[in-house]
Every structure is written in C-alpha cells, then in structure tokens.
Design a protein around this ligand. Structure first.
Ligand code: DAT
Length: 163
C-alpha cells in the first residue's frame, strides 16, 4: 500500500514537464524521476518497460514518484494515481524548441505531436479518465496555478489514504 501517490507528468518535449517536476519535488518532498536520465544511465532501450517499472516499484515501495517523461503508456495503471498532461500553445512551444536548437525535422515532429494531442490521447487510452488531467503551461502564472492544484491534490490523496 502506497503512502504517497505516484504521479506521471507527461507532454510533448518543451511543454514544461521538468520545470513542473523539479518544483513539485522541492515543495512536496516527492521524488523527481527523470526517465530521460534513467534511460541514459541504464542504457535500457531494450527491455525498457520492465526496467522502468522496476525502478518505480523497487526504489520506493511507499510510492511518491513524480515520473517525468514524454510517454506514459508503459506504466501499469495499478502503479499510477494521477496523470498530468502538460499542454502548450504551439507558437510558444515553437520558440522554446527552436531555442533548444532542434532540427527542423524534430521541430515539425514535436509541433505535430502537440497540435494532434498525441500525449493527451495516449494518456486517455492508457488510464481511467478520472485520473488524467490536462494543464496549460504557456506562462509562469500558469505554472504557479498548476503547482498549487497538484499540491492540493497530493494533500487530499494523502488524507484519503491515511489509515
Ligand atoms: P520539458 O521537460 O517538457 O521538455 P522544460 O520544463 O524543460 O520542458 O521546459 C522547456 C523550457 O520552457 C524551459 O526553458 C523552461 C520553459 N518553460 C516551461 N514552462 C514554462 C512556462 N509555463 N512559462 C514560461 N516558460 C516555461
């Protein structure tokens, strides 16, 4: 039985996943699991799903992982309490990705993914609709609003799951 929730923060590259996860980890004490880093460190492109799930299951049996990745369908529903899909206005996202030095091809792919709501659809296909929320991250005020909402959700989850 988890005493802290496991939360996925997903969305197209550049929407603000890591920014949200880092701030949430510091304000709530939950663990920021940057899957990009895990994948690189463990070189686990093969047998990927098993490796990743074992990280979540083993590293902290009490839960409390904030999973930061641009995909979400490999984590079983039984391990996940909330899926946050971060969204971004496409003009703003274009500037952010351009600023990262993405190639035109990579830019086009990611812009298409955001406009076509690929990650939102993946989340809705993979998890119960009541645990999937979509939050906008175009400006700094929206980050603050989102963080407040997620923090309140975490507090309520802990209250509901104590005793
Ligand atoms: P991701 O982890 O989804 O790839 P990120 O957190 O690294 O995205 O953010 C990409 C860049 O955009 C980074 O320079 C921070 C900035 N950013 C993210 N969300 C923002 C927001 N709501 N307002 C302003 N800047 C934001």
């Amino acid at each position: 039985m988890r005493t802290s929730p496991n939360i996925i923060i997903t969305g197209t590259p550049g929407v603000g996943k890591t920014t949200h996860c880092e701030q949430l980890a510091s304000s709530t004490g939950l663990t920021h699991l940057n899957v990009n880093k895990v994948v690189k460190e463990r070189d686990c492109e093969d047998g990927f799903d098993d490796e990743l799930n074992s990280v979540i299951v083993d590293e902290d049996k009490a839960g409390g992982q904030i999973i930061d990745w641009h995909a979400c369908d490999m984590f079983p529903q039984s391990l996940i309490d909330l899926v946050v899909v971060i969204r971004c206005n496409s003009t703003i996202l274009y500037d952010r990705l351009k600023g990262r030095g993405y190639s035109d091809k990579k830019l086009d792919e990611n812009m298409d993914a955001e406009i076509m709501e690929v990650l939102l659809q993946e989340a809705r296909d993979s998890y119960d609709e009541e645990i999937v929320v979509e939050l906008q991250s175009d400006d700094l005020d929206q980050i603050d609003e989102n963080l407040e909402r997620i923090q309140t959700w975490i507090q309520n989850w802990k209250k509901d799951h104590s005793e």
